[in-house]
Design a protein around this ligand. Sequence first.
Ligand SMILES: [Zn+2]
Length: 176
Amino acid sequence: MRNVKRLIFRIASDLSLVACVALIILWGRSTQHRDEYRFTRHGRVFALASVDGRVVIDNWPQIIEFGERKQRQEVRLLGPRVGGSYDVPRQNLGRLSALGARKPPPLTSNTLFFYWIGVVITAILPALRFVRRFRRELQVYRQYRPAARLRCWKCGYDLTGNTSGTCPECGAPIPK
Ligand SMILES: [Zn+2]
């Protein structure tokens, strides 16, 4: 039973360590890149994104899409380019200014979790295991540590293996 428990603890701490390392890598990556998985819900585009040390759900793709759509419409309304300027058809002027006044949707960003919290949680089991192992090693070391060498109380001469009862160096008696 105890062995089974130990095995489970070992497997759990191994998996936890793998997860911890993976989270640290993702955390580092999130400070340089934005990774996202896009999905649509109720006609709105959302992204499950890894960014700035967090995992978030935000509507950033929708904001990007809004900007791109606006730009495409603007190009259409501007009309043909003549020389260095646009020859904007008169009937498009009103629609063009209305388009310019259109505001993008506000950014809504919900944090699902912070990487550092995940790293701390997944580090608990491996840390416990490390401490246990360190303790065991310390115990073994203490058990098998060579006995302190016996030295003469008066002159410090090494008396290991001496059976005469006196120090051969200075003649001092060796207390039993
Ligand atoms: Zn001595």
